[in-house]
Design a protein around this ligand. Structure first.
Ligand code: SAM
Length: 271
């Protein structure tokens, strides 16, 4: 069931359009860790649960080859159709059975996806495919999100959270990992040299339409749509109307800033 959450073709298209890539703060933390722990490991990075490639792209500057993997055919189709650097490729496979040789991967990354995996089996794969001295970076954004626009940020954030609270009722049990800041996933990482950072804040330039689209792409919204389509269809236009009224803005293309807190687990396999 969890693995089917992102498989709809329409959902994959919404996902590609509205899901944001890791912001500067998160990217800098991962790149600095790689520089510190594994400066010469630059051959192969794998992004597991890559969706339509949101986190895959920035790895292409540092690694000779980057492979994005996802269990969803529809997500990989969208990833392949989007423009990307020539050293990135994508393939469909489960996180629990990665088609890479033992000790062949320099960086194993996963962005906002690990909570959907069978954690025990995934960690066995992390241990198997990473080369000695290689690194792992597993992150997620949390539900700690806020909207920022002129002097009405507090009110906008409250409107956004009210919509989120409605959606959270439809969230899958695995979202508990996100709500616990990936504590259990951190504990399951089988390397002694590891750390978990829970206070990474990205400030993402967005529009009101982008905020609405982000919620539409969220897995609880997809469940809400299936269970109660009438109520689901009114939730987001209602939120959008309130946001625009509060901002005094004429258009859903009005820019605002979306702040989101990330958690990131970093680990280093002994050389
Ligand atoms: C919330 S999306 C994250 C996508 C992207 N990494 C991002 O940062 O936006 C989670 C992704 O994990 C994938 N996924 C879920 N279970 C999986 C599994 N067992 N193996 C591989 N991918 C999986 C889903 O298909 C989905 O594309």
């Amino acid at each position: 069931m969890a693995t089917q959450m992102f498989e709809g073709t329409q959902h994959a298209a919404v996902y590609l359009k509205y899901r944001f890539a890791p912001g500067k703060e998160l990217k800098d933390i991962i790149l600095a860790y790689l520089q510190e722990k594994a400066p010469s490991c630059t051959q192969l990075a794998v992004d597991v649960g890559c969706g339509s490639g949101q986190g895959t792209a920035f790895l292409a500057d540092r690694f000779a080859k980057v492979v994005g993997t996802d269990i969803s055919q529809a997500q990989i189709q969208e990833a392949k159709a989007a423009p990307s650097p020539p050293n990135i490729s994508y393939l469909v496979c489960p996180a629990e059975e990665l088609p890479f040789e033992d000790g062949s991967v320099d960086l194993l990354a996963s962005f906002t996806a690990a909570h959907w995996f069978d954690i025990g089996k995934f960690m066995n794969e992390v241990k198997r495919v990473l080369r000695p001295g290689g690194c792992v970076a597993i992150s997620t954004y949390t539900i700690d999100m806020s909207l920022h626009y002129r002097d009405c940020s507090e009110k906008l954030t409250q409107i956004f959270r009210e919509a989120w609270d409605q959606l959270l009722k439809y969230s899958h049990s695995r979202i508990k990992h996100v709500l616990e800041d990936y504590k259990e996933i951190f504990e399951a990482l089988p390397f002694p040299d590891k750390k978990r950072i829970t206070n990474i804040y990205d400030k993402i330039p967005m529009t009101v339409a982008g905020v609405v689209g982000y919620l539409e792409s969220a897995s609880p919204y997809q469940v809400f749509m299936k269970n109660d389509p009438e109520a689901a269809k009114t939730l987001l236009p209602g939120m959008e109307k309130r946001l625009l009224e509060t901002m005094g803005a004429p258009s859903r293309d009005t820019p605002l800033e979306f702040w989101v807190r990330h958690v990131c687990i970093l680990g280093h396999k002994e050389a």
